[in-house]
Design a protein around this ligand. Structure first.
Ligand code: NAD
Length: 317
């Protein structure tokens, strides 16, 4: 018997459909159901995707549908909501997208869904918190895309700088998927060599690392200014998280997960390296942060907590 591998996608906009297209190209699932409040859009997208099936690596039952489809899904991916406009920060979307997350999560939970949630809607750390609060699901089954995309961007930019394949760059962006993220540079390697050591040997100034981080952090703003939205990068990043779960991959990904004392914080969702397998988040990988890195992590947590306490918690009562 074929093992069931069913994904439901809620939100068939740019991000949702980039994820769906990436999944179609990579294969490995046997059902994909598209849901959107704009039912015509979901239907049209399902038709368009399905027409590519004879060219895809494996067959997938692709259709648009109702929330009842979530009942027996392995994973529900949520990409519904408002996106950033030029000049807008992700945190400015918090209130409006909280209302959308509440509505969607309640509908999903009402079906008896027992799988794993993956959330990409921004501000993703806060939206992941909202889904956790509304669903009451165990924390291993609530995963935000966190800084998986930021980490991929950082690896790309470092790869270009050093002329090394980005797959050999082991560097992570941690913290908020947003302006207060940071790189724990003391834990960044090219292959098995420390990046800081590599720069020192080449007599290069370590301040280049700050420039590389800034380019990474500003990438979304730059793309939004040029083409109004970002979606391919997050689309393939979501596929990576989905496959890590479905294939029980034990992959280390900087997802947004609930910290419970790790990195000296608890009760909130934030991007940290975590091991992902078929149970969702297996465990958080704790790095020994330097004093400065810990301060950066604290600042990121405090920024998110301020928004949660002042703007989000009152909406969840
Ligand atoms: P979009 O406007 O293209 O698509 C949003 C979709 O959500 C639309 O099809 C809309 O009809 C649907 N929707 C809205 N409210 C809904 C509801 N109540 N129920 C069901 N569907 C609903 O936007 P996009 O560019 O696809 O961005 C989606 C989200 O992803 C935004 O919040 C954006 O900021 C975020 N994003 C996250 C990352 C990341 O790294 N996590 C990267 C890029 C974008």
């Amino acid at each position: 018997m074929v093992e069931k591998r069913k994904i439901v996608l809620v939100g068939t906009g740019f991000v949702g459909m980039s994820f769906a297209y990436s999944l179609l190209n990579q294969g490995g699932v046997n059902e994909l159901v598209l849901i959107d409040k704009d039912t015509d859009k979901a239907e049209g997208e399902a038709m368009d995707l399905a027409h590519g099936l004879s060219c895809a690596p494996s067959n997938i039952n692709i259709k648009s549908g109702e929330y009842s489809e979530c009942k027996d899904a392995n994973i529900v991916v949520i990409t519904a909501g408002v996106n950033q406009k030029p000049g807008q920060t992700r945190l400015e979307l918090a209130k409006i997208n909280t209302e959308i997350m509440k509505e969607i999560t309640e509908k999903i939970v009402a079906t008896g869904f027992k799988g794993t949630f993956i959330i990409a809607t921004n501000p993703v750390d806060i939206m992941t918190y909202v889904v956790a609060k509304i669903s009451g699901f165990p924390k291993n089954k609530i995963i935000g895309s966190g800084t998986v995309l930021d980490t991929a961007r950082l690896r790309y930019i470092l790869g270009e700088y050093f002329s090394i394949n980005s797959k050999n760059i082991h560097a992570y962006i941690m913290g908020e998927h947003g302006d207060t993220s940071f790189v724990p540079w003391t834990h960044c390697y090219i292959g098995c060599k420390k990046i800081t050591e590599m720069l020192e040997e080449k007599h290069q100034d370590l301040s280049i690392l700050e420039d590389i981080y800034k380019d990474t952090q500003q990438a979304a703003y730059e793309i939004i200014n040029k083409k109004k939205a970002t979606y391919y990068g997050i689309g393939i990043a979501l596929t990576k998280i989905v496959k890590a779960i479905l294939n029980d991959e034990e992959q280390i990904l900087t997802v947004s997960t609930e910290v419970d004392g790790e990195y000296k914080h608890k009760g909130m969702f934030i991007g940290v390296p975590a091991i992902i397998n078929s149970n969702g988040v297996r465990e958080i990988l704790e790095l020994r942060l330097t004093e400065k890195e810990q301060e950066q992590f604290d600042f990121s947590c405090n920024t998110l907590q301020n928004v949660i306490k002042t703007e989000i918690d009152p909406l969840l009562k």
